[in-house]
Design a protein around this ligand. Structure first.
Ligand code: ZN
Length: 268
């Protein structure tokens, strides 16, 4: 089932796209569905793709990239998240922001480095670095905008800092620590979640530099990966979208995998 929507006409979405310099040529279509997996497969079939490396399955929202950048990029949104949508349901808006950033990132990457042709089977190395950076970037931007919507002027107040230190930070630290310590976890899944963690951390650091700079609030388990984590975090934050930088991110992610395997097997 597909539910009609007019998200692209909403002021909040239009303003977001304007503020983040979305290219005018980028064509986006948003589909709200109660069966995101089926709809995703349908889209892939339409595009004549049997698989796609660059669309990670996320059951809140998903970006399907077409074959060429002048075709529509399809954003799928899970209707569960929309059915009770009130005027400003921040979480849905945040999911939309996240997927919109992917659409924009992919568009720019494939325009700059792949002659406008989306082919996830080619040039895997650089795309690997790019894809994970885009997760970091989408989380960073959507979470920041979410905080702005929820807290407004109080976004960097003492009160909000206390809330993060008391609630959000311990929850997120525990989540990522549990995942890092789980030797049965899929390492790609760990990296995916690590990008989310660092994207969120970068927002905290931006809002409260004194409390969060120099990685001082990173969980203990993550500090076992130093100095790699510092390097990786720096590369993600400072990425100016040059191809060498994606190569560097990929290299660091591969180091990360090696260290993770060492740490998780040495415990036995
Ligand atoms: Zn994503």
């Amino acid at each position: 089932m597909i539910i009609e929507n007019n998200f692209l006409e909403c002021d909040i979405i239009k303003l977001f796209m304007k503020n983040y310099d979305f290219p005018k040529e980028l064509k986006i279509k948003i589909i709200v569905t109660d069966d995101i997996e089926r709809e995703y497969k349908k889209q892939l079939k339409k595009l004549n793709k049997s698989y796609d490396y660059i669309s990670p399955i996320n059951f809140n929202g998903l970006t399907c990239v077409p074959n060429k950048i002048d075709e529509d990029t399809i954003i799928l949104i899970n209707s569960d998240r929309v059915i009770n949508l009130k005027d400003n349901n921040c979480e849905v808006i945040c999911t939309l922001f996240h997927e919109l950033i992917h659409a924009k990132d992919y568009y720019i990457y494939f325009k700059n480095y792949c002659s406008g042709i989306y082919d996830s089977s080619k040039d895997r190395g650089n795309q690997y670095g790019f894809m994970y950076w885009s997760e970091f970037n989408a989380k960073k931007i959507s979470y920041y905008e979410y905080c702005k919507l929820i807290h407004g002027e109080k976004i960097n107040s003492k009160e909000e800092l206390n809330n993060i230190l008391k609630n959000e930070l311990p929850i997120k630290n525990k989540e990522i620590e549990d995942l890092l310590k789980n030797e049965d976890a899929d390492v790609e899944d760990i990296i995916y979640n690590l990008m989310f963690y660092l994207g969120r951390y970068s927002v905290w650091e931006k809002l409260f530099p004194e409390e969060f700079n120099n990685n001082q609030k990173l969980p203990k388990e993550m500090l076992k990966y130093e100095p790699l984590i510092t390097e990786l975090y720096k590369s993600l934050k400072n990425n100016s979208e040059k191809i060498e930088e994606y190569m560097e991110i990929r290299k660091l992610l591969n180091y990360f995998k090696g260290i993770w395997i060492n740490i998780s097997t040495s415990k036995n």
